[in-house]
Design a protein around this ligand. Sequence first.
Ligand SMILES: Cc1ncc(COP(=O)(O)O)c(C=O)c1O
Length: 430
Amino acid sequence: MNHTEIADGPVPMSLLPDSARVGPRGELQIGGLSVDELAAEYGTPLFIYDEQHLRSRCREAREALGEGTAYASKAFLCAAMARLVNEEGLHIDVASEGELFTAIAAGVPGERIVFHGNNKSLSELSAARAHAVGRVVVDSFDELSRLRHLHEIDGLVAQIQLRVTPGVEAHTHEYISTGQNDSKFGFGLESGAAEEAVRNCASNPGVELMGIHQHIGSQVFRVDSFARALEVVAAFSEPLGLPELSVGGGLGVAYLESESAPSITEWGEMLSEACNQLGINARVSAEPGRSIAAQAAITVYSIGTIKEIPGIRTYMAVDGGFGDNPRPMLYGSGYTAFAPTRITEPRNSIARIVGKHCESSDVIVQQAHLPESLQVGDLVATPVTGAYGYSMASTYNRMPRPAVIFASDGEARPVIRRETIEDLTILDLG
Ligand SMILES: Cc1ncc(COP(=O)(O)O)c(C=O)c1O
C-alpha cells in the first residue's frame, strides 16, 4: 500500500478528536487545553486523548449496537480506559491474561468480560474462571479439551461462544483479515470444523454453548462485507437455536482526508437491517475497538533533525517512531501530519517523517504535508493514533514508551506515565 497525502490545506478537523479547537495563538486545543502547553508539561512523544470523544463513541456504540456490546481492549487499554468503558456501560473484550488482569484491577466485573484468543493457556483459562468472566470465545478443539479438563478439576461450566470463520473476504490488509478459510483463528464453516465443534460442545460437560462468534477483520470500510458474513454465519447458527451471535469488531476509520468510513451508528443500522432481513432471532452483539479509540487521540513529537537531500527529499526525524506507532511498518498504513502550533496554516512543504529507531523502515508518514519552515525543536503531530498505537508499542533500541494523557474540560490527567530508563532495565538480571 502506498498512501500519500494529496491536500496541502490545513489538517482537516474531521481527522481530529471531537473537542479539537483552534486556540488564540492558532494552536490546536484538545479538551480545552493547548497541545503545545501539554507537550511542554508532559514531554514528547505524547499521546493526548480527548476523554469526551472516547465517552461519546462508547455511548454511540451502546445505543447503536445494544446491550452486550464489548469494547475490544486490544485497540487501547490501561486502567483508566477500562474504567471509562465500564462507566459508559460497555462490556470489555480481552485477549490475554494481561488484558484480563488490567480490566479486573480497574474494577470491571468479571461477568462483563469476554475472553478471546486463539491459544488460551490453561493458566489463562483458569484466571478466566477465577474471575468468573461472562463469556469465553472458544477458538480451537484444544481449548475445548482444556475446558473439559478444568471442569473435571473444579466442576465449573464455562459459558462459551464458538468463533467461526465464515470464509468471507473483509477487503482489508491481509494481516488484519481474519474471516477467510485460511486463518489461524476459529473453526472453519466450510471445512465442517464448526459443525464438529458444536457436536463436541453437546457432549462436553465443561461448556455451555451460548452462541456463535465471527470477526472478519479490522479496518473494514465496506459494510456489505459484514452483511455477507452475517448471512453466512446466521445460516449456520440460527438452526441451532442459540441465543447469541456476535459479529466481532472491525469497523474502519478514516486516517486520511481521502478516506471516509461509516459511523458506528450507520454500522449498527446496517446490522439491524441485515438481522431483520435474515430473520435472526439470536441477540446480536458486536466488539468495536478502533472505531471507539482511533480518532480520539493524536501523538505529538518534537522534531530532532531535518535533513534535505537535494533533488530527492527532506527527512524530518522525530523523537518517537515505530516504537509508538508500528502500523505504517506493519501494514503500510497511511497517516497525515500537522504542526500543532500552526493548525490553520496551509501545509505547503513536504517531508518524510521518520523515527529514531535503527531501521530504515521506521517511517511514520511517507509524504507529510506541513507548514513551511518548521525547525528543529518544533512540534509535529499525527492524528488518529488512538487505536493500535500505544497498545502495540515496543521498546526497541531500549527507547522508553511515551506518556498518555486524557484531556477533558480544561483538565489533563496522565493515565500512563512515561517509561523511564530504569523501567527498561528492571528485568535485567546479573
Ligand atoms: C475478536 C476480535 N474482536 C474485535 C476486534 C476489534 O476490531 P476493531 O478494532 O477493528 O474494531 C478484534 C481485532 O482484532 C478481534 O480480533
